[in-house]
Unconditional design. Sequence first.
Length: 307
Amino acid sequence: MGQAWGFGRYGGPEVQELFDRPDPAPGRGEVLIRVDVAGVNPLDHLLRSGLVDGFDGGRPFPRVLGMEAAGTVLARGEDVNGLEVGDAVFGFALTGGGTYAETTVLSAPNTARIPEGLSATVAATLPVAGTTAVDVLDQLGLPAGATVLVNGVGGGVGLAVARLAVGRALRVIGTASTAKREHAEAIGVQFIDYTAEDVVATARELVPDGFDGIVDLAGGTSLRTVAPLARDPRNVIAVGDMSVPDVGGRFVERRVDRVNLERSARLALDGLLAPVITAVHPLSDAPAALATVESGHTSGKVVIQVA
């Protein structure tokens, strides 16, 4: 028996609740883990609100919040390869187990061992932000010296994209609000404060010939504002806004398998994918952790320390 934060129906923060549940039994292709650290992501509150389908695994209410975690394998289901009881692992709860919990189940093909030297706290930030950064930049395939605009650079994914881009010798310009300047500039981003500057005018001053690539994390009107700054609209890659083809761009092609997790972990060990962790909450304070992310004003990555 362990505690978990979840929701008994779709809705806002008011539907969240802390409840006790038996340790879930791992199904075919799943591992049961003791959760050490859970990552917090915008997708968590979108799932709670009922705005995203397909990630609940058909599980009944109450459902547990959270999509990514790091911990220790306690048991294996059938047809699990490459993971053993006692392994320190990190990965995705893609079959609806949730991760804001003392124990949960992860999808084994979407789970990897944590390499020696990498902390569980860092590992817990990699399934979403880390692999997204790898996917976006691989999809763009820009050579060293190319210019990339990260629209919405201040959050966990934006800073991961920017850090990895700098490590690939790209020139990175990033847009965000004033409070996010320090973290962005610390990793080598040329910062545009959208609350104090004309983003388009400033970007054109910095890169008169247009950007080789644009990574959009803001969506909506902001995406449509910056998209014309790309030299080739096909090199506008959106992470959240599925309407990006309307401006000639593409949605990120996600790879959430073990190979990409292991690659992200190696990049983190090498310092090329170092997450900016700005808040660590205990499980008892999980609603505050999610509220910070749900506000849209968080800088860097927020995690929940469970064990």
